[in-house]
Design a protein around this ligand. Structure first.
Ligand code: ASP
Ligand code: MG
Length: 406
């Protein structure tokens, strides 16, 4: 008998039929003698629809009200799922994030979990219930309703699994696991059986959409094993866990791509101490996550700085840059949204030379220009033109022999 946290994403609970199917699987898991805690996302694209409604009524979206609005999505799915479970004679009770004891900081729409007080969940389990918890939400230390940022239900699930010391955190989605590349671009991409936390962090941070980045950070910090799997086929998926000796250290595990960033270039910036510091401090103060950065060698005491930011933050980042840099004289600030980042990720590259060379050669062979480069010990990322992204992913996937074998 085990304690299992099962998280069902939006597609898994898309409609009444899906909710009934999920209820049956929960009932089956429970009938095998396991304790089950369920975390749900909002049904289908409900969160997007709620955001659209907000846009329809106003251009002003106070964080507090957005959080109040968006948390409604998960309330619908959690209560419906409990009813479907009752129909199957499984005792179930729904809990909002705040009822489940998920305490966050006060940053509306992007709150971080500070603490979990799972008393009510534990009591429900003890009483033989299946607790069904609304994902993506919590209550701040000031007793306001907060959300954890898009995709935050994964984080709720991992955090609950930590607090409850669950044996496993199962994340159910519409794909059967984490693949060597996006199967929509690479038809012969292969499902990975296991990944260590570092690789999964790099995949999640560089365009792999299967798991929210923060949930992986949380899992790594607390050593929670995650099993990503399909709620359509229920077949074994991908395990994300601490690196074990018997885990093969693939030279390259995956190729990811990300078209969600834009590039900002500031030209003729004086090449002297403190300039980059003041620009990036101001961006940080606006909670903008800067990703890649390139500064050219200076010509006549001036240089160009290019960096990438999420497209959703582009306008704010441009405003900040335009505010900071002109004081320095002669500066022009340019924005470019037609960029894409392709990344090669693999724990084995730490010790193996040649991965960078093959990456660059492969892109060169496709006549694709590299505009920016960034690396970590287990990743190489290149910024390229957006229209070349599919070609780049296909070529790199083939160059590193990642395709399905047999
Ligand atoms: N419903 C939220 C979203 O769509 C949270 C989640 O799905 O994890 O972002
Ligand atoms: Mg969702």
């Amino acid at each position: 008998m085990a304690l299992i946290v099962q998280k069902y994403g939006g597609t898994s609970v898309n409609d009444d039929e899906r909710i009934k199917i999920v209820a049956e699987y929960i009932a089956l898991t429970k009938s095998k003698g396991n304790d089950v805690v369920v975390v749900v996302s909002a049904m289908g694209k409900q969160t997007d629809q709620l955001i659209r409604l907000a846009n329809d009524v106003s251009t002003v979206h106070p964080g507090r009200e957005m959080d109040m609005l968006l948390t409604a999505g998960e309330r619908i799915s959690m209560s419906l799922l409990c009813m479907a479970l009752s129909e199957l004679n499984v005792q179930a009770a729904s809990f909002t994030g705040s009822q489940a004891g998920i305490i966050t900081d006060t940053v509306h729409t992007k709150a971080s979990i500070l603490e979990i007080k799972p008393d009510r969940i534990l009591k429900a389990l003890n009483d033989g219930f299946v607790p069904v918890v609304a994902g993506f939400q919590g209550m701040s230390v000031e007793k306001e309703i907060t959300t954890l940022g898009r995709g935050g239900s994964d984080t709720t699930a991992v955090a609950l699994a930590t607090a409850l010391q669950a044996d496993v955190c199962e994340i159910y989605t519409d794909v059967s696991g984490v693949f060597t590349a996006d199967p929509r671009i690479v038809p012969n991409a292969r499902k990975l059986t296991a990944l260590d936390y570092d690789e999964m962090l790099e995949i999640a941070a560089n365009g792999g959409k299967v798991l929210a980045l923060r949930s992986v950070e949380f899992a790594r910090r607390h050593n929670v094993s995650i099993h990503v799997r399909s709620s359509y086929t229920w077949e074994p998926g991908t395990w994300i866990k601490k690196e074990e000796k018997d885990m093969e250290e693939a030279l390259v595990s995956a190729v990811t791509h990300d078209i969600s960033e834009a590039k900002i270039t500031a030209t003729k910036v004086p090449d002297k101490p403190g300039i980059a510091a003041s620009l990036f401090r101001k961006l940080a103060d606006k909670s903008i996550n800067v990703d890649m950065i390139v500064q050219n060698t200076s010509v006549e005491g001036n240089t160009d700085i290019s960096f990438t930011v999420p497209k959703t933050d582009l306008e704010t980042a441009l405003n900040v840059t335009r505010e900071v840099l002109p004081q320095l004289g002669g500066t022009e600030v340019l924005a470019d949204s037609d960029v894409a980042k392709v990344s090669i990720i693999g724990a084995g590259m730490k010790t193996q030379p040649g991965v960078t060379a093959l990456t660059f050669e492969t892109l060169a062979g496709c006549d694709i220009n590299i505009e920016m480069i960034s690396t970590s010990p287990i990743r190489i990322s290149c910024l390229i033109r957006k229209e070349a992204v599919e070609q780049a992913v296909l070529a790199l996937h083939a160059a590193f022999n990642l395709e399905a074998t047999g």
